[in-house]
Design a protein around this ligand. Sequence first.
Ligand SMILES: NC(=O)c1ccc[n+]([C@@H]2O[C@H](COP(=O)([O-])OP(=O)(O)OC[C@H]3O[C@@H](n4cnc5c(N)ncnc54)[C@H](O)[C@@H]3O)[C@@H](O)[C@H]2O)c1
Length: 253
Amino acid sequence: MILQDRVAIVTAAGSGIGRGGAEIMGRAGAIVIATDLVAARAEETAQRIRQAGGRAEGLALDVTDDGAIEALIGGIAKRHGRLDILHNHAGIQVEGSLEQVPAKGLDDSYRINVRAHFVAAKAALPHMKRQGKGVIINTSSNSGVFFDKGMLAYITSKTAVIAMTKQMALDYGPFNIRVNALCPGWVDTPFNDPYIRQMGGRGAIESYVKERIPMGRWASVEEIAESILYLASDRSSYMTGHALVIDGGESIA
Ligand SMILES: NC(=O)c1ccc[n+]([C@@H]2O[C@H](COP(=O)([O-])OP(=O)(O)OC[C@H]3O[C@@H](n4cnc5c(N)ncnc54)[C@H](O)[C@@H]3O)[C@@H](O)[C@H]2O)c1
């Protein structure tokens, strides 16, 4: 199996894309540490991986807590003797234009979408350097590669994730640590509920998806999970500093 015995930590793995990525890595042989703000969700992901014959544990982790991130990553690396994959997935969406987004909304977006990725990557780095190998996946969005009305805090922070990813890739390529950004388009998870309300409900989003996305449909979690497996595994062994967009063509339309 392509990830046999690799140790993988995933943040926000208790739902949606994070869960899908954790599960596909589990099926590929990884030992998955599924973390989430909500402990029960993390444990449910781990249980699903174990029920499918994989190895996983579920742990609570709020990515706004630097100390908790450092303790969790240090603890896992110590206990397993290594850390091969870090998928920084947690993120928030604060909608609105300049007049609508409070300064706190921008701060919160940076804190979870950018700073938490930074803190976790920093904590993972010594272990990956020691091993002479490692993979970091930073979740951005296709909102990191194009612009959209009324999305100031989200687009600004998701663009920053890509910039930070490229800079990390540049600095740590010599250590054989690959860093790439995951840029999904529309995936029908609870994450979009506030945005769907803002757009005017289910009917409005379904028409948008049909008309504005060249492929005319949502992505499934499984389709994004395939890209996570690709970035996490040696299938992408010469790829670093890349922003992998999986959005049915929305960003080029
Ligand atoms: N769903 C989409 O259409 C889409 C598209 C592009 C990018 N993304 C990105 O994917 C990520 C999440 O999306 P999803 O669809 O998997 O969401 P989801 O709503 O299915 O899951 C989000 C998970 O994040 C957890 N979480 C929330 N705050 C947290 C915190 N402070 N610390 C740790 N965990 C926390 C929640 O408990 C939940 O389990 C975000 O980074 C988002 O920007 C999503």
